[in-house]
Design a binder for this molecule. Sequence first.
Ligand code: AMP
Length: 495
Amino acid sequence: MLLKRILESARLNLIKIAVAEKDAAYSYLDLLDAVTQFQAKIAEEATSSRPVLVFGRNDFLMLAAMLGAMLSGRAYVPVDAHTPDERLEMIVAASKPSLIFSTAELTDAQRGLFSAFTHVEMRTFEKTADFDVARVDTSNAVSADKIAYIIYTSGTTGVPKGVAVSVRNLETFSDWMISDFEQIKENQILEQPPYSFDLSIFSIYPSLLTAGTLVSLSKDETSNFKLLFERLNTTVINTWISTPSFVDIFLLDPSFTQENHPALTQFIFCGEELTHKTAEKLLAKFPSATVYNTFGPTEATGAISSVKITPEILESYGRLPIGKAKPGVSLHILDGEIIISGNSVATGYFENPEKTAAAFFMLAGMPAYHTGDAGFIDEKGQLNYQGRLDFQVKFNGYRIELQDIEAHLIALSSVNQAIVLAKENDQHKVTALIAVLVADKPSALTEREFSKMLKGELAKTLMDYMMPTKFVYRSELPLNQNGKIDRKRLEAEIL
Ligand code: AMP
């Protein structure tokens, strides 16, 4: 149904803009055309019904390739073009795609890596002359419990895990977004994160289902403040969807106000804690906008709870609540941990029964997931978040297992032991990742030069957002009574 609904809506809105990029705009007619081209390529070239890996930079073609994969009855695996080669290799090896589409320019190493698979490069969109919208064929589209997409997230051993989300998961999430949040006509929706992150589905699917426009930002823009401010100051946005860290950048700009952005009436946050400070500043600058805090892991499809942050909520909560469950989802607190059950819980980690069994289970006949988040439900029925029960953190909005970074550090020949600590501010926000190392530093190098060298080596395997911000060297690491590295003591000494 999901694909049929998206394509039906597209057919009724052919001239509307589906995707607005910095220098180009694509209509729903263009989208139908491009999707059909990808679908045809898959029919011609795919070696099996396994997933299609889509490699790109959040552009229009990447989106069309993702939809084309689903239309052909295959799950898509979105991978950002900035992924380091070693990580890319792991994702390719784990997903064993039937076809790889790349919509971004490739390095020789990336091309080499893809050469073991059927690989199609599609970097430009060529309109089909006299494209007939009736040609779009939905008869093989993924539906119901089939996997819609597989998103790879940070794994504790350094190997990413692929969260497999079904069409039903995705459709119930999208319908909730459409019914629960403000519906704006001709909605222009900000699309900030890479498509390889779960947060991107908040913008993509509700927008496609309601003939909205995705205002998509490229990595070039999000990593260059000048370009970013220029783009946002010259583009109309009605619905802002991002991590709180992303809006923090704009809150520093005095011109980011309701007066200067009168069309911007709705903010939806997810992915990390929305601090009291951020919400307060935002409401002061946009007093008549609605601000939602939503919560959920990739494993439960986007978000499963939401709360409108009003001046009353700001007044009555020190740490903001994360809301009430969406329909079809139940929240439970078991031994202090937030457990999610219901129709949003993903099908598990793709072809990884061990990791799936460790986190997913059945609860009262419904699929359930251990979030690893500590929390409680208060007397008003609001879920409250109290931090993690493990070593997963959010840094600048990105989900990171500290052990993932440690595994990559220990793999370096000059590193003998590694612990990564997350420094938090008084709003529980991680502000630095500090790597504490026992390492063989060549005597010719200063610590600073050595750190630079380690960073260079790490960059080959580690996503840039996981890079430690500081390196601290020790001749040995303290042990606790159980003979394990004493993190608590290191935290007390270093943070
Ligand atoms: P991800 O899979 O990247 O969406 O990360 C999910 C994790 O992010 C959750 O398990 C929480 O630890 C954290 N998270 C997501 N949304 C919120 C929120 N609104 N408040 C606090 N933490 C959040």
